[in-house]
Ligand binder design. Structure first.
Ligand SMILES: O=C(O)c1ccccc1NCC(=O)[C@H](O)[C@H](O)COP(=O)(O)O
Length: 275
């Protein structure tokens, strides 16, 4: 008789991961390879941040007649050709000069050309809130660098989301919870997220559809600060996202492609009454 090992069913997280685009699976693999194993973690390097309040920064931009824009320092990405090697601090200063209410910095090195050091330099160079844009899967990663906000992606964190929100808040960060559909939004709200980003980029196919934000935004409770992420290229896109309820927009490629100051100024000027 042939003895067979017990067949192990796939866990929900594993199944969800198989649905991701190969580029995104590769990002997660390299993130995991950098996380220190639990046996080597200590609490001694735990970060405590005095964060710049992002709600105040958005309110100040709006009061000044600018659309609140989170402009992203994004040297490259799986969907971008080439790499921009300018000084991240200079790029961030230019974005703020163009009217950015906040700055986002990719800190993932292998697929986005970022680093925690770049973010530290950016945060020193500007006085607006700075978001750490990375693929954070465990509390140990939060201690890599000080930032005002950290991105937590609901799709990757699943049941760990509430603990990661708590770990981020314990350190003083403002967690921005990224969702892509209403189920993820419900999980984010149940986990007490107060700042939510709806990502128009589908991480399963890497396609961008601004209709994603329009579908999810009506379900977002009023007390939540709501950010439209990805795929915003033109002033018309900015107006479309604002009309659908975005308090702010996170824009990378359209600002990095060309003159970041001029690009930010053009997009931040796309004001129109929200409905
Ligand atoms: O931008 C990519 O190619 C990408 C691919 C796979 C996972 C994430 C990716 N982007 C990360 C981001 O969050 C975006 O940089 C950000 O939302 C800005 O998007 P965009 O304005 O479309 O550059």
């Amino acid at each position: 008789m042939v003895k067979r090992g017990k067949k192990r069913g796939k866990k929900r997280g594993e199944k969800r991961e198989e649905e991701l685009a190969p580029e995104v699976r590769s990002i997660l693999e390299s993130v995991r390879s950098r996380v220190p194993p639990a046996s080597r973690r200590t609490d001694s390097g735990r970060i405590a941040v005095d964060a710049r309040p992002v709600a105040d920064a958005f309110a100040a931009a709006a009061a000044d007649g600018r659309v609140p824009i989170v402009a992203e320092v994004k040297p490259t990405s799986p969907t971008t050709e080439g790499e921009r090697t300018d000084d991240p601090a200079e790029l961030a200063r230019a974005m703020v000069a163009g009217g950015a209410a906040a700055i986002s910095v990719l800190t993932e090195p292998d697929h986005f050309g970022g680093s925690p050091e770049s973010l530290a330099r950016v945060r020193e160079a500007v006085d607006v809130p700075v978001l750490r844009k990375d693929f954070l899967l465990s509390p140990a990663q939060l201690d890599a660098v000080e930032a005002d906000l950290v991105l937590l992606i609901a799709r990757f964190l699943e049941d760990d989301l509430p603990d990661m929100i708590e770990a981020a808040r314990d350190r003083g960060f403002q967690p921005l919870v990224e969702v892509h559909d209403v189920t993820e939004l419900e999980n984010a709200i149940a986990a007490d997220a107060e700042i939510v980003g709806v990502n128009n980029r589908d991480l399963a196919r890497l396609e961008v559809d601004l209709g994603t934000f329009e579908r999810v935004a009506p379900e977002v409770p009023d007390h939540v600060t709501l950010i439209a992420e990805s795929g915003v290229s033109t002033p018309a896109d900015v107006r479309r996202m604002r009309a659908a309820g975005a308090d702010a927009l996170l824009i990378g490629s359209a600002i990095m492609d060309g003159d970041p100051e001029e690009n930010t100024r053009r997009l931040a000027a796309a004001t129109e009454e929200r409905t």
